[in-house]
Design a protein around this ligand. Structure first.
Ligand code: NOJ
Length: 538
């Protein structure tokens, strides 16, 4: 007998970057009380869970991904009481709460690192990855930081290098040390005891490296499409995804499953090849519950590339496994930006995201079609922009656009914001779109509801469809109780897709085709996508 689907399979997740979502105290930076004040909106939208990016005490060298205390709240975001209040308020509304778990590195101000760097014989000496210099002062190996430059920093006191896959203010933890691992598992238990519904695991594939720290091979064909700059000059054979990861995530999952209530692990996994990514489900699907899949964020927004991404993921899934999908996040240019899919395709993307088989995660603001807000290198907040201009992530982190007031309802009108608001915020915002039947917000809300109510979209299988005409992509979702075909036009010209009918349209991106009969072909206007429902044989 098939097991009933878990909430994290059928549910929709919503990512909140806390600095940018809602500012309750007027300091120009979002906070936990701000999120609390927006829970009714999220419940209205219909999402099932929120994932909140780090809000822990941090010097903010990487805006919270440099954690100085895993079991607290930075005063910028509020207090632990604010977190408990938010958690209870979310649960009251049926919303689950997922917090970020940052296992690869701490801040250099974390007490563990402060102790570790005091000497070569202190109790925490092996909690981080320390190595001697070569005979002529050489670095331990050729590894490079994801944020540019070597990933080794010299420490005067220990007269050794320490490893940092990101900034030098983010030293890598040594997960091969049982004491480190036990402490980090305790961190997870601490939040689970508080009642969180799961974790998004930061750079999940990086935690275990080659124990011999061998050099990486040089990449003969760097692929700048992923915006990784100098990181792409190597093949990351030895500094991530060591096979020992799998045992680690099996153990981590057993921690989660020792708690009641379907707690979930969501892994941030950047693997352009389908099989390495799919391996994180585990041979018995006992590792990461939801390995994030970034194939739609890597692919060009063309019908061929999207088809290859969707069908590639579906084929790579281990039998019975459940996919996941995202269009963007706080590290990727926003989907609706002209340099990604463009504003005309925003609704097409949303319709795809919410009809695919697999857990969708919406990045805050995608539901109103927010686009990147340019920030000049000299004004940038993200350290990555200053290290490698063009790679900065400020543009996708601009404040949420709630209404047409001066600070877009994100913060008090007289607050000085940590990043600028989009120039179009007075027209592109939640307030204006919530009453507009043709808005992307209305579409998103309707799609979330339809996904929950329609058996084929809720749990149905994925079936390939086609070939379809140039610039279009279609697929089917099929269950015993329902059959639908999703037909997408990724071009700015009309397209006719033969064989997608007969049936009737359920929802279309333009908001004006509900219940329309469809003959054999589906006629699509420019930048249009529709869901066609077929009669089920009785
Ligand atoms: C991935 C996070 O999403 C990103 O924002 C952060 O800079 C790195 N991991 C380092 O923690």
């Amino acid at each position: 007998m098939q097991r009933a689907p878990r909430w994290w399979q059928t549910g929709v997740i919503y990512e909140i970057y806390p600095r940018s979502f809602s500012d309750a105290n007027g300091d120009g930076v979002g906070d936990l009380a701000g999120i609390d004040g927006r829970l009714d909106y999220l419940a209205w939208l219909g999402v099932d869970a929120i994932w909140i990016a780090p809000f822990y005490p941090s010097p903010m060298a990487d805006f919270g991904y440099d954690v100085a205390d895993y079991t607290g709240v930075d005063s910028l975001f509020g207090t632990l009481d604010d977190f408990d209040t938010l958690l209870a308020a979310a649960h009251e509304r049926g919303l689950r709460v997922i917090v970020d778990y940052v296992p690869n590195h701490t801040s250099d101000r974390h007490p563990w690192f402060i102790e570790s760097r005091t000497s070569r014989d202190n109790e925490k000496r092996d909690w981080y990855v320390w190595r001697d210099a070569g005979p002529n002062g050489e670095l331990p190996n050729n590894w490079i930081s994801m944020f540019a430059g070597p990933s080794w920093e010299w420490d005067e006191t220990r007269q050794q290098f320490y490893l940092h896959t990101f900034l030098k203010e983010q030293p890598d933890l040594n997960w091969r040390n049982p004491a480190t691992r036990a402490a980090m598992f305790d961190v997870a238990r601490w939040w689970l005891d508080r009642g969180v519904d799961g974790f998004r695991i930061d750079v999940a594939q990086m935690v275990m490296k080659d124990p011999e720290l061998r050099d990486n091979p040089i990449n003969p064909k760097p692929d700048q499409a992923h915006r990784l700059g100098s990181w792409d000059t190597q093949i990351h054979l030895n500094d991530l995804s060591h096979p020992d990861m799998h045992e680690l995530y099996r153990s981590f999952r057993s921690v989660l499953e020792s708690y009641p209530g379907d707690r979930v692990s969501i892994g941030e996994l950047h693997h352009p090849d389908f099989d390495t990514w799919a391996a994180f489900y585990g041979e018995r699907q006992d590792e990461i519950h939801v390995p994030f899949n970034f194939h739609l964020t890597y692919s060009a927004w063309t019908a061929d590339a999207v088809r290859a991404a969707v069908e590639g993921v579906q084929s790579a899934l281990p039998p019975g496994a459940w996919a996941s999908w995202v269009l963007g996040n706080h590290d990727q240019p926003r989907f609706a930006s002209p340099h990604r899919a463009g504003p005309d395709q925003a609704k097409v993307g949303m319709l795809l995201l919410l009809t695919l088989r697999g857990t969708p995660t919406i990045y805050y603001g995608e539901e109103i079609g927010m686009v990147d807000v340019p920030v000049a290198t000299e004004d940038s907040r993200d350290p990555v922009e200053r290290r490698e201009p063009g790679r900065g992530r400020d543009p996708e982190r601009s404040p949420m656009q709630w209404d047409a007031s001066p600070n877009a309802g994100f913060a008090a009108s007289d607050a000085t914001l940590w990043l600028p608001i989009a120039a179009d915020a007075s027209s592109v915002n939640v307030a204006s779109q919530s009453e507009d039947p043709a808005s992307i917000l209305t579409l998103t809300r309707r799609l979330i509801r339809l996904r929950r109510e329609h058996p084929a979209l809720h749990t149905g299988d994925f079936e390939r469809f086609g070939p379809t005409p140039d610039g279009t992509f279609a697929f089917r979702r099929v269950s015993d109780e329902g059959r639908v075909t999703i037909v997408l036009n990724l071009t700015g010209e009309p397209r006719s897709v033969p064989g997608a009918g007969p049936g009737r349209t359920l929802i279309g991106t333009h908001g004006d085709r509900d219940g329309e009969p469809v003959e054999a072909a589906v006629e699509l206007r420019p930048n249009e996508a529709v869901i066609v429902e077929h009669a089920v044989a009785t």
